[in-house]
Design a protein around this ligand. Structure first.
Ligand code: SF4
Length: 494
C-alpha cells in the first residue's frame, strides 16, 4: 500500500485532513523551508501539499479547489507539478468546483491589490518551498480558496470563507487517498498514428491564416474542428464561433468548418456577400460530389452516419430528397427505397470501420443492385487511428483516448478499444482522467482523435509519468504523409 505524506501549513488544515499522516509545516516561507527538510527525512511513497489559498482569478469562489500544476515564486524557475492534474476528476466526482493551473507562492500576506494582475489562479505562502520536500517522490499540490479575489486582508467575511475552505478540505482528503493508490511505475503504449489528420491541420491553418491576412474578428461557422482546446485557443486569438450565418455581420469573413456545409449555406453566404473561406476537408467534399452524382442518376442514397452530425447534415443537404440516413444495423434492416434497382450508399468519414461494414453488408443483402463510392468514404485518418488503437488495446489494462465529447472519430476509437475487451475512456485532457481508473493498471495505452492536438497527449503522459514513472513505447502501424493544399482565397494572398 502506498504511504502518503501530507504537508499542511495550519493546524485547522491538518485537522481537516483527518487521520492521515500529516506534517504541520507552519505558515510562510521560513517555516516551509524547515518543514521541507523534515519531510525529506520522512519515509513515504508520495507527498501532497494541502491547504488554503487566496484567489487571484475572479472566477474562483471561496470553497473552490485549485489543483496546482505549476508553482511560481519570484526570482525562481517555476516548478511543474503535472501529477496535481490527476486529482481534478476525483475531486469533481465529489461535487467540488475544481480549477487546474498555476499558483504563486508569495513571501508575505497579500491583499487584493497586490494579488491583482498576477497571471495565476491563486497565491499561497508555502508550496514553492515545500516542493523541495518531495525529494523526487510523486508530488501534488491542492489548495482550497479561503479568500475571494477582491476580499481584503481584514474582512468580516474571512471567518465564514475560511471555515468553508476547511470544510472543503475535509471533502478533498479521500481523493488524496485515491491519488496515492494510483502511484506506481507504468508502461505507456502510444498508438501511432494519432492526433491531427491532414484535414484538421488544414482547417486550423485556414483560421490562423485568415486571422493573419484579414485581421480579427474572423467568424467561423460551427466548431472549426471538434475539439474544445483548439476552439478555445483560436477564440483567444480573435476567431468568433457562431452556429449560423445570421450571427455573422454583413461583409465579414466567415470560415466553413472541416465538416462541410450544405449548398443552402453556401447560397445564403453568397447572397449576403460574405467573404467565405471554405475549410471543408477535401475528403468530405469528395462525399458531397458522390452524393450529387448518385442523385443525378435518380438513386435513393443510403447515407450511413449519425443524424444531427454536422458532416451528415452537410452531405444530406446536397440531395435532401434522395438521401435517407442509416444510423445503425436496425435502420439497414428496415429501410426501403423508391426503386430497389437504383440504390447507392455513402458513409460519414469518421465511422467505425467494422460496424459500418456490417451495415453496408446488410444493405447489400437487401438491395443486390446497391452501388457505392469508388473508394471507401471512411477516411484514411479514421481507418489508420482505429487500426493503431486496436494494436495497443489488446495489451493494455486501460486505454485513454484524448478527444472531445463532440468528436465522432475520437468516440469511435473508444468503441474500437472496448470491442478489443479493454476499459477505454475518452478524455478532453489529463484533468478528465479519474485516478481510480489507473489503480492496478500497469499498462496504459494512449491515443488521440484526429481533432486533438499532440500537445494534449504530451501533457497526459507527463501526468501519468509523474505518478511514479512511465516507460513509453510507441507502436506505429502506419506512417501518414498526406497533406492538403490551402483554399485558393488564402494562397493568393500569401
Ligand atoms: S477525419 Fe478524415 S475526413 Fe475528417 S478532416 Fe480528418 S482527414 Fe478529413
Amino acid at each position: 500500500m502506498t504511504s502518503l505524506l501530507l504537508l499542511a501549513p495550519l493546524r485547522a488544515e491538518a485537522v481537516a485532513l483527518g487521520k492521515r499522516r500529516v506534517l504541520r509545516t507552519g505558515m510562510g516561507p521560513r517555516h516551509a523551508r524547515i518543514a521541507a527538510a523534515r519531510a525529506l527525512a520522512v519515509e513515504a511513497d508520495a507527498v501532497v501539499v494541502a491547504g488554503a489559498c487566496a484567489a487571484v482569478s475572479p472566477e474562483l469562489r471561496p470553497g473552490d479547489v485549485v489543483c496546482a500544476t505549476e508553482i511560481r515564486r519570484a526570482g525562481s524557475e517555476p516548478v511543474q507539478v503535472p501529477a496535481s492534474a490527476l486529482l481534478a476528476a476525483a475531486l469533481r466526482r465529489r461535487g467540488l468546483r475544481v480549477h487546474v493551473g498555476a499558483v504563486e507562492s508569495v513571501e508575505t500576506l497579500t491583499g487584493p491589490r497586490e494579488r491583482s494582475g498576477k497571471d495565476v489562479l491563486a497565491v499561497d505562502m508555502e508550496s514553492a518551498w515545500l516542493a523541495a520536500g518531495a525529494g523526487g517522490r510523486p508530488f501534488a499540490v491542492v489548495r482550497v480558496v479561503s479568500e475571494a479575489a477582491g476580499q481584503r486582508l481584514v474582512d468580516p467575511r474571512t471567518l465564514v470563507t475560511g471555515a468553508r475552505a476547511v470544510a472543503t478540505l475535509r471533502r478533498v482528503a479521500p481523493a488524496l487517498d485515491e491519488w496515492a493508490a494510483a502511484i506506481g511505475e507504468r508502461r505507456v503504449l502510444l498508438a501511432g498514428p494519432r492526433s491531427f489528420c491532414a484535414g484538421v491541420e488544414r482547417a486550423i491553418d485556414v483560421v490562423e491564416l485568415a486571422l493573419e491576412q484579414r485581421g480579427a474578428p474572423v467568424y467561423v461557422r460551427k466548431q472549426i474542428v471538434h475539439n474544445e482546446h483548439v476552439v478555445a485557443d483560436l477564440q483567444s486569438r480573435g476567431a468568433v464561433f457562431v452556429d449560423e450565418l445570421d450571427e455573422v455581420p454583413n461583409g465579414a469573413t466567415v470560415v466553413f468548418s472541416a465538416h462541410g456545409v450544405s449548398p443552402t449555406v453556401k447560397t445564403t453566404a453568397a447572397e449576403r456577400g460574405l467573404d467565405v473561406i471554405d475549410a471543408t476537408c477535401p475528403l468530405v467534399n469528395k462525399v458531397h460530389a458522390e452524393a450529387r452524382r448518385f442523385a443525378a442518376d435518380g438513386h435513393t442514397i443510403f447515407l450511413v452516419g449519425h443524424n444531427g452530425h454536422e458532416e451528415v447534415e452537410g452531405t444530406h443537404g446536397e440531395a435532401p430528397d434522395s438521401i435517407r440516413i442509416v444510423e445503425d444495423i436496425d435502420d439497414a434492416v428496415t429501410i426501403d427505397a423508391r426503386d430497389p434497382e437504383k440504390v447507392s450508399f455513402l458513409t460519414q468519414t469518421t465511422l467505425a470501420v467494422d460496424e459500418t461494414n456490417e451495415i453496408v453488408d446488410e444493405l447489400r443483402r437487401r438491395f443486390p443492385a446497391l452501388r457505392g463510392p469508388a473508394s471507401d468514404d471512411i477516411c484514411y485518418a479514421t481507418t489508420n487511428r482505429q487500426l493503431a488503437v486496436r494494436a495497443v488495446a489488446r495489451e493494455a489494462d486501460i486505454v485513454l483516448v484524448v478527444g472531445s465529447q463532440t468528436s465522432s472519430n475520437s468516440k469511435r476509437l473508444v468503441e474500437v478499444a472496448q470491442r478489443e475487451g479493454s476499459r477505454a475512456y475518452l478524455v478532453d485532457d489529463e484533468t478528465d482522467v479519474d485516478v481510480a481508473w489507473l489503480r492496478g493498471a500497469s499498462t496504459v495505452a494512449v491515443t488521440a482523435g484526429a481533432s486533438a492536438p499532440e500537445s494534449l497527449v504530451t501533457r497526459l503522459i507527463a501526468s501519468i509519468a509523474a505518478l511514479g514513472g512511465a516507460e513509453v513505447e510507441e507502436r506505429i502501424t502506419t506512417v501518414e504523409t498526406l497533406q492538403f493544399k490551402l483554399p485558393r482565397e488564402l494562397v493568393v494572398l500569401r
